[in-house]
Design a protein around this ligand. Structure first.
Ligand SMILES: [Zn+2]
Length: 388
């Protein structure tokens, strides 16, 4: 049996076009040690003794970061909120280049929410690709709740504040709506380190702006679960497009948002403020997608998207690789920008852009090897000790 390489082994990732997150670089290699990028050097300057891995005919890009993952590999996080589920979901998405995820728990009982938070904390001991948790609800707008179960939608209380306040290092992303999240609570959550995203809401623009003023920094699945924009009532979507500081997650699966609306969002927001999320459900990253139960309804995959019996959308069946592919092939986004939308931009939103989202010295060696036509990706990170 071959001995495992020492963690201090110097690896050199050769022969690929490097996309650093800033530019495409040819004729250079990536040096990696202890899961961190040490340097980018010209091929002729590779140190003697480094262990070479070839990625000929591939682009090496920063690993994708998915801030909204309800499930994958036929597992629904809400249905089994355990550390094992987190690890399996992360492994399923990783095969398609998503190196970092936030397992996402949708509106449920306080007990399930509590279990989900605990599960993520436990799973992070074994997989640094699990960055934290996204709690999408239960503090949403009742009318704009979409597939979320009516009986779970409610306001925030002191007990919730204690539950969401943490010092264990994980990212705590909360999707809330002005209808059920008062400015006082949103301010307190922001002060306690939570990332606040607004969504599933029909709130007035004044209410939305008041939460942006006191710490909300994002919008969850832009256009989906948001009331209409009109001339005198911009609503949450209008504010999301107009606001210069906040980020917008968007589901680019070809079903949730039209290409026109994705382009509109990209033109309206400053560069770097629109990022891709999968909103993945169990059929994503599955070899043989099965129908599943969600909020008492049977959800099946039809024409590549998850729908209930009435044909209402219930999350997606994609990974971020599919979203990148859709943006390039059907929306007209340049490849480098689509890659940033899946890595550097969500890293900035989540506040981990000093170590994730780029392939530069000092960053985590979390990368994905892609065929230039995006037809396939190689999960090469399995071969390396990767620390996030
Ligand atoms: Zn949602």
């Amino acid at each position: 049996m071959k001995p495992l390489p020492s963690p201090s082994t110097l690896y050199v990732l050769n022969d690929a076009i490097l996309f650093t997150g800033e530019a495409m670089v040819e004729g250079h290699s990536l040096l990696v040690r202890n899961g961190l990028i040490v340097d980018i050097v010209a091929h002729r300057s590779v140190p003697i003794g480094a262990v070479g891995i070839s990625f000929a005919d591939h682009i090496l890009a920063p690993g994708f970061i998915d801030a909204q993952v309800n499930g994958g590999g036929d597992i629904l996080f809400n249905a089994a909120p355990t550390a094992e589920s987190c690890l399996k979901i992360a492994a399923a998405h990783r095969k398609f280049g998503t190196t970092h995820i936030l397992p996402t728990c949708i509106s449920d009982t306080p007990e399930v929410t509590r279990q989900a938070i605990q599960a993520v904390r436990e799973s992070r001991q074994k997989d640094s690709g699990i960055l934290g948790i996204h709690l999408e609800g239960p503090h949403l707008g009742l009318e704009a709740r979409g597939i979320h179960a009516k009986e779970h939608i409610r306001g925030i209380n002191q007990e919730d504040l204690r539950l969401y306040t943490h010092d264990s290092g994980e990212i705590m992303l909360l999707t809330v709506a002005p209808e059920n999240a008062t400015p006082q609570y949103v301010h307190a959550l922001h002060e306690n380190g939570c990332v606040i995203s607004l969504g599933h809401s029909n709130a007035l623009s004044e209410q939305v702006n008041s939460l942006l003023e006191i710490g909300a920094s994002g919008f969850t699945h832009l256009f989906n679960g948001m009331g209409c924009m009109s001339a005198r009532a911009p609503g949450i979507a209008g504010v999301a497009l107009d606001d210069r500081r906040s980020w917008c997650g968007i589901i680019a699966d070809g079903h949730h948002v039209s290409a026109e609306m994705i382009r509109l969002a990209l033109r309206a927001k400053p560069a770097g403020k629109v990022f891709l999320i999968s909103d993945a459900m169990p059929p994503a990253a599955s070899d043989a997608p099965q129908p599943f139960q969600l909020c008492g309804e049977t959800i099946r995959v039809e024409n590549g998207c998850c729908v209930n019996a009435q044909g209402r959308l219930a999350g997606s069946a994609i990974t971020l690789l599919d979203a990148v592919r859709h943006c390039v092939k059907h929306v007209g986004v340049e490849l480098d920008e689509a890659l940033r939308m899946a890595s550097a931009y969500p890293a900035a939103f989540l506040g981990c852009d000093k170590k994730l989202g780029k392939l530069l010295p000092g960053y985590a060696a979390s990368a994905v090897a892609l065929k230039p036509d995006l037809s396939a990706c190689a999960p090469w990170f399995k071969k390396l000790p990767v620390s996030g």
